[in-house]
Ligand binder design. Sequence first.
Ligand code: FAD
Length: 219
Amino acid sequence: MALSIKKRLTCNVLDVRNLTDSTVVLRFERPALEFEPGQYLRVGVADDPEIRDYSVYSGANKEYVEVLVRRVEDGLVSKQLCDLKAGEQVEVGGPYGHFKLIHELREKPLLFIATGTGISPFHSFAESYEKLNYRLIHGTANLEEAYEAGFYGENYFHCVSREEGGDFKGRVTDYLKTLDIPLETNAFLCGNCDMIYEAFDMLQAKGLPTAQIHTEVYF
Ligand SMILES: Cc1cc2nc3c(=O)[nH]c(=O)nc-3n(C[C@H](O)[C@H](O)[C@H](O)COP(=O)(O)OP(=O)(O)OC[C@H]3O[C@@H](n4cnc5c(N)ncnc54)[C@H](O)[C@@H]3O)c2cc1C
């Protein structure tokens, strides 16, 4: 069923950056809307009623907007977005969501935990706010899915479940078991729901108050 939103804006695609065979960063003109890092937009191909949610990947200070899209082979919209070319158009609505780094948290220790394209809001945080004190733990099946990891420097830690060669062989939640987490940490979890439910319980068991655990479920 097509989702409908009140206000959709048509934007020109400026660039499509291939990160892997199945994942792109889609850059388009910044629509006439403000967003806060961590929020998501509803994006679809122009003139198609089907739209889906995509976290903003780029910083709030940029003149363009980027989203990180992984091609889901049996999906409807992600494939079309991955196949777009510069000069074509997307329709965009939003912003939506409350997965934000409020001002009071920006100087506190932060633990960002992502699976797959769930890294996207953390890229937007890091590009928008200078000098964040964060550690980013990214879980993927394969090594090549370390999407633009160089951007995060030493803050990035890669858990790879199906190949050797990352910082840790296994799932994010396997790595979390080994980790001591200072109780003043604010944890932000983004990606698939299995990881989020499991990591949430583990962080609580390690003593982190629920109010310091923030979540964004993709699917
Ligand atoms: C708040 C929010 C933010 C999101 N941000 C992003 C983002 O930044 N980048 C991104 O790529 N996706 C993101 N998603 C997922 C996105 O909205 C779509 O669900 C995804 O692109 C698949 O759409 P589709 O039309 O191709 O597949 P559909 O036809 O909608 O669904 C096909 C199937 O694929 C499953 N699925 C959805 N996403 C994935 C995935 N990544 N890997 C494997 N299976 C999946 C669905 O559960 C469904 O069973 C986000 C979702 C939410 C709720």
